[in-house]
Design a protein around this ligand. Structure first.
Ligand code: SF4
Length: 330
């Protein structure tokens, strides 16, 4: 019997703020599953953070440390996956440079998020090379480990397409070296913030993973519900209710069905509904919070994990870079 080839998976997270519920139930739950069956490289994308936060560097180090604590508390296991900080593996930057020689500018300019984010993040000058070139840096992040799969949300699929084009061009010009990475489409729940808008630190409407149980409870109890449900006897619509989106993350499917039906017939009031949510959410996060408390007390241990991860990642990255240099006659 031929053994199934192990997938190589690379995924990074930008340290641009504290992690919230969306990260836990979306990205981290997915990573936790992936690390069991594939060779995984999970990195803190601090260079990527600079593409938008270059004027805000003081905060990045703090966010970076807190982020790794969240990862470990969520069960991301350094025995199973390689965890490291991107800037500690400079081979990413060198491969990015090599790729930049063969990538037409137009390929980068037409990545949809380039224009979209420039319009969204007003107040920041994003007419920089770093910002234009970040999908190419992502390509290097992935190719340096010869990744076969990259977990992405729908909005990132265009980036993987670009990565595929770039490595195809490299392989065509200099010989087959890199596999074309495939998107591993991840169903990340689009989680609204406590005020019903997109969950974002700039709106101050996030439930953070580092929030204590009382803090999170207070936020959930104050959360907006179906805005059309004014009185207790009004039937509600769970499809437009923020609380119900949170229920979907942590409440048992049978209870969820019941809440859906009771809400539509005004059989349950919003306060009681929120109390059920608080209970299920706190239960879902209990182990995470316990681990987080322990890990946060051991910053040296966290640093050791990142040091070991960087050294293990560099071993692989250096080898790939040597092959790329050789292929390009350098
Ligand atoms: S009962 Fe629950 S699901 Fe229905 S509107 Fe109120 S909080 Fe939302």
């Amino acid at each position: 019997m031929v053994a199934k080839k192990q997938e190589i998976i690379v995924s990074g997270m930008r340290p641009t703020g504290r992690l919230h519920l969306g990260h836990f139930f979306g990205v981290l739950k997915n990573w936790e599953r992936l690390q069991k069956e594939s060779r995984c490289y999970f990195f803190v994308a601090d260079w990527h953070a600079l593409t938008t936060e270059y004027a805000n560097i003081k905060e990045i180090q703090g966010w970076l440390a807190e982020m790794v604590i969240d990862w470990l508390a969520a069960g991301i296991n350094p025995e199973k996956a390689v965890l490291f900080v991107q800037s500690r593996v400079p081979e990413h930057a060198e491969l990015h440079l090599l790729f930049s020689m063969i990538t037409p500018l137009g390929w980068l300019e037409r990545v949809p998020s380039y224009k979209e984010l420039q319009q969204e993040l007003t107040g920041k000058d994003l007419s920089t090379y770093g910002f234009l070139g970040y999908p190419l840096l992502q390509t290097a992040d992935v190719a340096i480990y010869k990744a076969t799969k990259v977990p992405v949300g729908q909005d990132q699929v265009a980036h993987i397409e670009l990565s595929r084009e770039v490595v195809r061009r490299f392989n065509f010009l200099y010989g087959e070296l890199f596999p074309e990475p495939q998107s591993l489409l991840t169903q990340t729940p689009k989680l609204p913030g406590t005020d019903g808008r997109k969950m974002s630190k700039s709106y101050d409407n996030c439930v953070y993973l580092s929030d204590s149980e009382p803090e999170a409870t207070k936020k959930l109890m104050n959360c907006i519900t179906d805005p059309a449900r004014i009185r207790r006897q009004d039937p509600g619509n769970p499809d437009v209710c923020t609380i119900f989106s949170y229920h979907k993350l942590s409440t048992h499917p049978d209870a969820l069905k019941q809440i859906d039906a009771d809400c539509r017939t005004a059989g349950i009031g919003c306060v009681d509904c929120k109390k059920i949510l608080v209970k299920s959410m706190n239960e879902s996060l209990a182990l995470f919070r316990e681990r987080r408390g322990d890990i946060a007390k051991k910053p040296k241990k966290v640093q050791e994990i990142l040091d070991d991860g960087a050294s293990s990642a560099r071993g692989v990255a250096r080898k790939t870079l040597e092959e790329a240099n050789e292929a390009m006659g350098l």
